[in-house]
Design a protein around this ligand. Sequence first.
Ligand code: URA
Length: 259
Amino acid sequence: MSAPGNKKQRIDKVLSHMGIGSRSDIRKQAKQGLITVNGAVVKDSGFHVDPYKDKIEVAGEPVRYREYVYLMMNKPPGVLSATEDKRDRTVLDLLKPEHAQFEPFPVGRLDKDTVGLLLLTNDGKLAHELLSPRKHVPKTYEATVEGEVDADDVAAFAAGVELEDGYVTLPAQLTILSRERGSKTISQISLTITEGKFHQVKRMFIAVGKKVTFLKRVSMGELKLDESLPLGACRELTAAELELLTAADGAADLTPESR
Ligand code: URA
């Protein structure tokens, strides 16, 4: 798809990208006189339009063209944050057709059993910026941990802990939210990390002799999980949320229009 300001495109291509239907559906709708461009009926589905400037309507409904989609999912447990898998369901299997037709992909990975904030987009540039190790985009998790998380752990995480493969993590901010003392002590914590090594949060706790039994991502950069989203549900980011995200990637020119 062309960026704003680029050349005109066939209207069937534009409308199928917007999920209005297949090219042959659109040909039929055009023949039926259901498609208008700037108020004039267009019966030729090969007609060229500027999707950003021309006023396109299908059956009287305006079509607001966009190239990219930005989705927030509250990832449920038991699904993979991958685009395909032979055995397991992936987060893409949970998308509604109107979102899936943009062919979004998950920005980074959450483990199969991790829940919470997962961003999906078809904007490769933004995804790349958010995942770039150079950008250190903070990610905050809440977790249930078996064992008594204490001030020594807070200090160790602030200094960086050595994982089992010898890698020393960047400083991370650990906050103890609550502790339940029973036959086994259970701690509720919040942890902000600025990198994304494989199983990082779980491995950081293993490094201090503790086990994560529940993990939820609650924010990425300035973007916070909408807690009203049920597990497995997805919605588009608001314009304000998208702005928070593009600010977080540290590149001032990353507005959708400039991509
Ligand atoms: N750290 C983990 O251990 N798992 C995740 O899914 C995300 C961060």
